[in-house]
Design a protein around this ligand. Structure first.
Ligand code: MN
Length: 332
């Protein structure tokens, strides 16, 4: 990738700019949310004009954390108000969550910085910091802030720890390493509010979500290949019945990953007229990242996703075939 730069250089470019727009991926998860709002907070505390844009509704459990962000902005407004665009945690132009007009060609008319930790990031910013060995984009964000030598205040520290905690599943997933923990420690030293994060992420499940999860486990879990592949196809009716939607679904796949003997877990559901597949692996010998990329998706080795214009039955068949091949390949 051309234009690859260090955390130090990203920091210098950000602090040289005055009017900064922060974007992230569609359906923001904890890391997208935390990295973007952490930067908004940090850059403002450095005296910069910085705004994060989240065009679609955010997960309910994030709502106690922040309301201070933009929800709409036209390309003309962006041109009038910003000089630099910082894109975080987004590997694929189609997933830039701000709408079709926010494509790399448009973003390249600004000073465009791309900071991400996904393998296979195919976005070419003017300056790119793509580091798949980082546990979270929020970790890279904190490293950039630390490289700047500026003060990281409690609010930014809390947002970035939020991203690291959610992307590592509270330091349980295989992306957890000493570097992630050292950055988390730096953020805790700056007052990051772990209790608030943990309460929001793990101890704030509404009744309807618990009922959705119970229904899912009772009625929709299937398994194949001797229980090594555990998956669920989630019909629209299940979401309707419980008034639940996948904006709040980060972590639902862990219900399947938790099942003893499962190696690969998958969820299949409809989202805006297309089929979404979430994939997780519990064993590095069976990475789901390459499988997802071979079907036009992306993500990390152990956590990935695919979007398919197909029907659920076909998606299920395709997955059974692909996962079967993956499991067999490794066993030989
Ligand atoms: Mn991430």
């Amino acid at each position: 990738m051309s234009g690859t730069v260090s955390a130090q250089e990203i920091a210098e470019r950000l602090l040289r700019a005055d009017r900064i727009l922060i974007l992230t991926h569609e359906k923001p998860d904890g890391d997208a949310f935390g990295s973007a709002l952490g930067f908004q907070s940090f850059l403002r505390s450095c005296g910069r004009n910085a705004d994060a844009l989240f065009p679609a509704a955010l997960p309910r459990r994030f709502s106690g954390f922040a309301s201070d962000f933009l929800t709409t902005l036209t390309p003309a407004e962006i041109r009038a108000a910003y000089d630099l665009v910082l894109l975080l945690d987004c590997a694929n132009p189609a997933r830039i969550g701000a709408g079709a007009e926010f494509n790399p060609a448009f973003l390249s008319t600004f000073e465009f910085l791309n900071v991400d930790h996904h393998q296979g990031n195919c976005i070419e910013g003017a300056f790119n910091l793509v580091d798949p060995s980082a546990a979270a984009a929020s970790q890279l964000a904190a490293e950039i802030a630390l490289a700047s030598g500026r003060e990281i205040r409690q609010e930014a520290a809390t947002f970035w720890l939020f991203g690291i905690v959610t992307d590592t599943g509270s330091f349980r997933f295989s992306n957890t390493d000493g570097r992630a923990m050292r950055i988390a420690a730096e953020l805790l030293d700056r007052g990051a509010d772990l209790e608030r994060i943990v309460n929001a992420v793990y101890f704030s499940k509404p009744r309807n979500q618990q009922e959705f999860e119970a229904d899912l486990l009772q009625n929709h879990v299937r398994s194949a290949f001797g229980g090594k592949f555990v998956y669920a196809r989630l019909p629209d009716e299940l979401f309707r019945r419980h008034g639940f939607d996948m904006r709040d679904g980060e972590g639902i796949i862990d219900l399947l990953r938790e099942i003893d003997g499962s190696v690969i877990a998958a969820l299949i559901y409809s989202w805006n007229g297309v089929q979404k597949v979430s994939l997780r692996s519990k064993d590095a010998a069976y990475p789901v990242g390459p499988l997802a990329r071979s079907l036009g998706g992306g993500g990390h080795a152990m956590a990935a996703g695919i979007t398919l214009e197909s029907d659920p039955e076909q998606v299920e068949r395709l997955l059974l075939e692909q996962v079967g091949t993956l499991l067999k390949k490794q066993m030989n």
